[in-house]
Design a protein around this ligand. Structure first.
Ligand SMILES: Nc1ncnc2c1ncn2[C@@H]1O[C@H](COP(=O)(O)OP(=O)(O)OP(=O)(O)O)[C@@H](O)[C@H]1O
Ligand SMILES: [Mg+2]
Length: 365
């Protein structure tokens, strides 16, 4: 028997990230109904930002789903004023959500691939996610915003310099996608010293001065850490969401937690976690080795109430494909890696649709 008390107890564990109070005390739970093992309720949002709404929606549904005896949870969104009324975090989208329409009016969704930590596979995930989205028929662009180590041109095998047309930059074409990187504009061995304002104007320029045209997805590869590039990007455009990449071990998770905290402060929805280098399958015996430990990605996802979008095995061919400029998803489309990246793309698409549906509809009249 599922009781109302048990459900409310579970919901008391979910906090409004802005008010820092639990959602039951804040009076957000309405129309709670329990029919045998099925629970439904409405979250009566007020002025929360879309990112907070999304977080609370998924955490509430997960919390109730864990109550013993519950088989199905339906969480409706109620109340609510338009997102513009939400008090934004100090730096977040302070000029209102219309900005991406001004800078990149023909781009439908913007996805950042990030991690607190270096070397966990952000760039690898970026190119393979982009390829998989492209293979599903979408028009895709990539911005390499890792100004410190622009790896995307190498990973996509692009060497040409971008062209210009009427003072605007024509992005490079790579495997059917459009791409821009600082790596295309400077010398390979030239050291780059970047300061905050330069990163900000670089990101702005990548959006304003590049002819992206109509795109379904624009994917950003981010530099490691929680620095100027992440903050600038979330200031310049309202990102549709961020994919957090981690490896399974605890030291990686620490950095990723910091990065998630930063994106939450910036009001960027967390699409979910990709656990990279999850395991290695010995080609001779087929035995599975968890080289970097197990369960880290799942723990992280559960902690923040977001989906674990994919677990990507450690695979020498993936590294080689990156070094040689044809992502594994294209190079070996039948491999486990390729399948995993296609599943990742599908999960990202679904999550973006869910988050878009959570946004309040524009008022008519
Ligand atoms: N699943 C994988 N299997 C094997 N090698 C991988 C895998 N993922 C990434 N690599 C390799 O690990 C190295 C680091 O990956 P990548 O450059 O994508 O990480 P990153 O997080 O973007 O690093 P940085 O922080 O330096 O930008 C690369 O050589 C890449 O080919
Ligand atoms: Mg990288």
């Amino acid at each position: 028997m599922v009781t109302q008390d048990a459900v409310l107890d579970a919901l008391r564990g979910v906090k409004d990230p802005e008010a820092q109070k639990d959602i039951v005390s804040l009076g957000l739970i309405r129309d709670l109904a329990i029919a045998e093992s099925q629970v439904s309720f409405t979250l009566a949002f007020t002025t929360q930002s879309p990112a907070s709404k999304a977080t609370m929606h998924s955490m509430a549904s997960r919390a109730v789903g864990r109550v013993p005896g519950v088989s199905k949870v339906q969480v409706k969104m109620g109340g609510g004023q338009p997102a513009q009324a939400a008090p934004a975090a100090p730096h977040a989208h302070s000029h209102g959500p219309s900005k991406s329409e001004e800078l990149i009016p023909e781009v439908k969704r913007t996805i950042a691939v990030s991690s607190g930590k270096g070397g966990v596979g952000k760039s690898t995930v970026t190119v393979n996610l982009a390829v998989a989205l492209r293979q599903s028929g979408a028009a895709v662009g990539i911005i390499d915003s890792d100004v410190y180590g622009p790896d995307i041109p190498l990973m996509l095998g692009s060497r040409g310099r971008p062209g210009m047309f009427e003072n605007r930059i024509i992005p490079v074409e790579a495997h059917g996608m459009k791409m821009m990187s600082i790596g295309l504009l400077v010398n390979d061995r030239e050291p780059l010293v970047w300061r905050g304002p330069m990163i900000h104007s670089f990101i702005q320029q990548m959006l304003k001065d590049v002819m992206w045209g109509a795109l379904d997805y624009l994917v950003f590869d981010m530099p490691p850490g929680t620095g100027d590039a992440q903050i600038s990007l979330s200031q310049v455009i309202p990102l549709s969401g961020v994919v957090m990449v981690t490896t399974p071990q605890e030291v990686a998770l620490l950095d990723v937690r910091k990065a998630i905290g930063m994106f939450q402060k910036l009001n960027v929805p967390i699409l979910g976690v990709v656990e990279n280098m999850s395991y290695f399958v010995a080609p001779d015996t087929g035995a599975r080795y968890p080289i970097f430990g197990e369960g880290g990605g799942r723990r992280l996802a559960d902690e923040y109430g977001v989906p674990l979008l994919a677990q990507v095995p450690l695979d020498p061919a993936t590294r080689l494909a990156g070094d040689e400029g044809t992502p594994i998803t294209l190079r070996e489309p039948d491999s486990t890696q390729a399948r995993t990246f296609r599943e990742l793309a599908a999960a990202v698409r679904l999550r973006l649709e869910e988050l878009a549906a959570l946004r309040p509809l524009p008022k008519i009249g």
